[in-house]
Design a protein around this ligand. Structure first.
Ligand code: SF4
Length: 168
């Protein structure tokens, strides 16, 4: 790894000595991306896959991802399931209660675009109609590895944004 403003040799010497150089924002981004605490928002069948992802077989803890039950302790929300028009204000309220910085993962076709019930009179056509979404995970339902892949992409996004790069 070559550090900004250092030659390759200097960077190698620093790395050998176990020294990491970065801006405070980059170090904060690195720390945040490795300690994501998602609030669970399971409204339908995708929630079961989300719970399975957090169980022993897939072990989300190894990525520093630990589910929280309170929005006050969460920096990420995983929306797993259908969002109805009645539920949308609750989602918005929970999102507003989360401290900054915060991120949103829409898991499954219901949360990303309304899913199989998209024509229903009561169904919101995707979480981004209510709050901003950072990562969309397709599938009905997405498997645990797909959710893990999406969460890893969110971690990449947090680290890249800390470097000042715009990620969509
Ligand atoms: S995307 Fe499919 S599996 Fe997930 S909540 Fe909707 S209907 Fe259920």
């Amino acid at each position: 790894m070559q550090f900004e403003g250092f030659t390759e040799e200097e960077s190698q010497e620093l790395s050998k000595a176990g020294i990491i150089i970065g801006t405070l924002e980059q170090i904060k981004g690195w720390a945040r991306s490795n300690s994501l605490w998602p609030l669970t928002f399971a409204t339908a069948c995708c929630g079961i896959e989300m719970m399975g992802t957090g169980a022993a077989n897939y072990d989300l803890d190894r990525f520093g991802i630990i589910f929280r039950a309170s929005p006050r302790q969460a920096d990420c929300i995983i929306i797993a399931g259908t969002i109805t028009k009645k539920m949308a204000p609750v989602l918005k309220r929970l999102y507003d209660q989360m401290p900054e910085p915060k991120w949103v993962v829409a898991m499954g076709s219901c949360a990303t675009a309304g899913g199989p019930y998209v024509r229903g009179y009561s169904v919101v056509k995707g979480a981004d109609q209510v709050i901003p979404v950072d990562v969309y995970i397709p599938g009905c339902p997405p498997s645990p590895p797909a959710l893990i892949y999406g969460l890893n992409k969110l971690q990449d996004k947090i680290r890249l944004e800390a470097k000042g790069k715009k990620v969509r």
